[in-house]
Every structure is written in C-alpha cells, then in structure tokens.
Design a protein around this ligand. Structure first.
Ligand code: ASP
Length: 458
C-alpha cells in the first residue's frame, strides 16, 4: 500500500494540474480574442503563439508517440498472453470502434439532413462560394496535401482501402516508425508481442523488459504533462486569435452548431449510454477521471499527441486495466474517430447543400460509408479529417456523374477551412472520449490479474 500522504499529494497534484489546464484554456480564449484577434489583419499559421505552443507541448508529446505505441502494445499483448483471449479482446475492440463510428456517422447524417445548415439565402451562398476557391488556394498546406493524395491516387475509395491495407502490412517497420505511421507500428508490435507471449520461458525476460520500458516511458509522460497548461494556453490563443468568436455568429454558424450538436449528443448521451450498458458504472464519473486527456485533446487538436495523457489518465485515475488500455488506446487514437465521422458527414452534406446540389438517399448512404472510412483513415493530427474529406466528396461526385447532376469542386472545402480549427478542437475531444470509453468497456473483458494489481500497488 502506498503511504496515505503520497496518495493525497498525488491527488492534490492531479487537481492542481487540472486547475492549471482549465486556466490555460480560458486564458487562451480571452488572450486570443482580445489581444490577438484582428479582423483586418488575420494572424498567420506561423504566428509566435502557435510556434511556441508546438515547441513546448506538441513536439515533446509527439516525441513520445512512436516509442509509447510500440512498447505499450507489446506490453499489452504479452500481458494478455493467451492468443485466443487476445483474439476476443482484438475482435471486441474493432467491433466497438465500428459500431460507435457507424452510430456517429448516422447521427451526423440525420442532423444535417434535418437542420439543413447549407440552405442559406442566395446572396450568402454566392459569397461563400466565391470566397471558397481563394481560401482553398491560401490554405497552402491543405491544398498541397490534397494535391499529393490525388497524385498518389489515394483520394478515392479504392485508394483509401489500398492505403489502409499497405499500412496494415508494412514492408519496413523502421520506415513506418520514421514516417510516424502508427497503424504499421501497432501491427509490428502486435506480432512481436504475440511471439514473445508464445515463447514461454525462453522469452520471459522480454516481457519484463517491455514492462519496465513502459513504466519508464510513462514516467517521462508524467513530466511532460506539466507542459500542458502553457501549451494549451498558446495553442488555443492562436486558434481564437485567428478565427475570432465573431465567426460563431457568422454565416457558418448553423453549420458549426450542427456539428457541435452532433458531437454533444454523441459524447454526452450515446457514448455514456453504451458505457453504462456494458459496465453499469456512472459514465460521468469516468468522464471526470479522464478530464486531463479530454482537455488536452481540446487544446491540441490531436488524438495522437494526446495519447500519452490518455493512457496515463486511463490507468492511474480511470480504473482501466493495463491490458486493455495499452492495446485499445493506441489503436483507438489511430483508427477510432467518432467525432471526425460526425463532422465529415455533416460537412460534406452541408457543402452540397450550399452549392445547391440535392443528394438522393443512396448518395447519403455513400456519404455514411465513405465518411466512416475517411475517419478511420484520418491520422490523429490537426485537420486530418478535413483532408480525408476529399474521399467522401469524390465518391459522391462519382455517383452524381451517373445521374448527370453537376459535381462539387474540391475547392469547395475552402468554405469551411477558416473555421476548421475550432471544430477540430471539439471533434478531437469526442475522438479521445470514444477511445477512453472503449478502454473502459474492454477492461471488463481483460481485467488485470490480482497479482498484477498487487505488484502495481508495491
Ligand atoms: N484532429 C483529429 C484528431 O486528432 C482528426 C481530425 O482532423 O478529425 O483526432
């Protein structure tokens, strides 16, 4: 048993950190709005607040990701041990991801079809359409990424599948690591973990090596977490300073509201219901226990960068087993994106509405299927969902071509690029919440053993 004063000081430290992150978020909003925002001179992507935020928070967190994913998945798999049990855990995890993402995308499709945020007056529609191409060109990085996807032919459905399959069967693990492609790293770690688990006494030493490495990396993470308050302050200040709260009441307000309503229903009603159904626990207590990860996701716009904090919170406060969290959370940060799925469905249908293109029910189904795929394929980094959205637009355009209906230009996404960062903060929070709920549910199937719990308590 740890001494009572240690536990108390641990709790106090945790609460202090939470308080500091909240202060960082609120102060960031205020500083961004009142000190940085200027409608006549919008701040650019290389502004000092963004650069400093990247430097002190994003880069250290990113540095942890590949070693953490590799070591955590190997340690998770070896602790599950029995391959048949691993199959059940893996199967349940993937099933959970798919079902919740399909629920999310359906919710998005229903909301956007009923609220119809794209039905604006003709003048506003024309103004937004004219501005779109310019905004798209000005976005630089996003337009280039989309152009590259077109050249690599990954901007369509077949290409998206091929891309996922190539990551699932990597050719060179070191290359996957160097490129930061976590899916390939997870597959490599899974195979190694399985081989170690089946090696019996001959590989037993490796089990302990990976567990020790995992503990060491988590210690590093617990230091880096203290960079979260200033980091989120700077990043949020940059976002608000660039966009300004004025946008919340501008012509895109109905679109933004539709996405936020979808995210709120999914995060506050659907996922808590799923969690209660499987664990019979109070979902909001668990949400509170995961607060640091959720706030970090909100501040950083990146599930991958948040992953170290998510694992830390899930295991120390959230009561998730190591076996579940080590395996479910890295995979979740890579492929499980409920928030992105809702957003892609709403954004694509919104753009078609704005351009006066009516979608038939079959096209709405195409949106739902491809938006799920696009969300799976989106990396856990800022704006990834905006880029994979071209897959959804291309698929719908192909179907419209068959009906001889005009198609949506890809540059139409220029309409929403300007406000994307704010939406990204919200959808990333729901993405991380979905992963955490998954880890809690899978803890039921794969709890830590009594001996492990006792060893952890020292
Ligand atoms: N930023 C999101 C994430 O990291 C991905 C997206 O752009 O939707 O989860």
């Amino acid at each position: 048993m740890p001494p009572v004063c240690d536990t108390l000081s641990g709790m106090k430290r945790g609460n202090l950190l939470t308080l500091l992150i909240v202060i960082g978020l609120v102060a960031g909003c205020l500083f961004g709005q009142f000190a940085l925002y200027d409608a006549n001179d919008p701040i650019d992507g290389s502004h000092w607040t963004k650069q400093t935020g990247d430097l002190i928070l994003i880069r250290p967190l990113m540095l942890m990701i590949i070693p953490l994913v590799f070591v955590s998945v190997v340690a998770g798999v070896t602790s599950i041990g029995d391959p048949s049990k691993l199959g059940v855990v893996g199967g349940s995890t993937v099933l959970y991801y798919l079902v919740t993402m399909l629920l999310a995308v359906s919710l998005g499709a229903v909301l956007v079809s009923t609220l119809r945020p794209g039905n604006l007056d003709a003048d506003t529609q024309a103004r937004l359409q004219t501005g779109a191409a310019q905004e798209y060109e000005r976005s630089g990085g996003i337009a280039t990424t989309i152009q590259r996807a077109r050249e690599d032919r990954t901007d369509n459905l077949g290409g998206a599948w091929r891309n996922i399959l190539h990551q699932l069967i990597p050719r060179n693990l070191i290359d996957e690591m160097a490129q930061g492609r976590t899916l390939g790293v997870i597959v490599g770690a899974l195979m190694l973990g399985l081989a170690i688990a089946m090696g019996g006494t001959r590989t037993e030493i490796l089990v302990r090596v990976f567990e020790a490495l995992f503990d060491a990396i988590m210690r590093l993470v617990s230091w880096i977490i203290w960079l979260t308050p200033p980091g989120v302050f700077l990043l949020v200040a940059w976002t608000v300073g660039k966009i300004g709260f004025q946008e919340l009441v501008g012509p895109l307000s109905k679109y933004m509201l539709t996405v936020v309503i979808g995210l709120a229903i999914h995060g506050l009603i659907v996922l808590p219901l799923v969690l209660t159904l499987f664990t019979r626990r109070n979902p909001f207590q668990f949400m509170w226990q995961m607060r640091r990860a959720l706030m970090t996701a909100f501040g950083t716009d990146s599930s991958s960068a948040t992953l170290p904090v998510t694992i830390e919170s899930a295991e120390t406060e959230g009561g998730c087993s190591k076996r579940s969290a080590n395996f479910v959370l890295p995979l979740g940060a890579t492929i499980n994106m409920d928030g992105t799925a809702i957003y892609e469905a709403v954004a694509v249908v919104f753009l078609f509405q704005l351009y006066g293109i009516e979608l038939a029910f079959s096209e709405l189904l195409i949106v739902m299927i491809t938006a799920t795929l696009a969300a799976i394929g989106a990396a856990g980094i800022p704006s990834a969902g905006l880029v994979t959205m071209v897959i959804v637009i291309a698929a719908v355009n192909t179907s419209l071509g068959g009906r001889d209906v005009p198609q949506l230009p890809v540059s139409a996404i220029g309409v929403i690029i300007g406000v994307d960062r704010i939406i990204d903060m919200c959808r990333t929070t729901v993405n991380v919440w979905g992963d955490a709920v998954g880890a809690k549910i899978i803890t039921k199937i794969a709890p830590d053993t009594v001996e492990e719990l006792e060893a952890a308590r020292g």
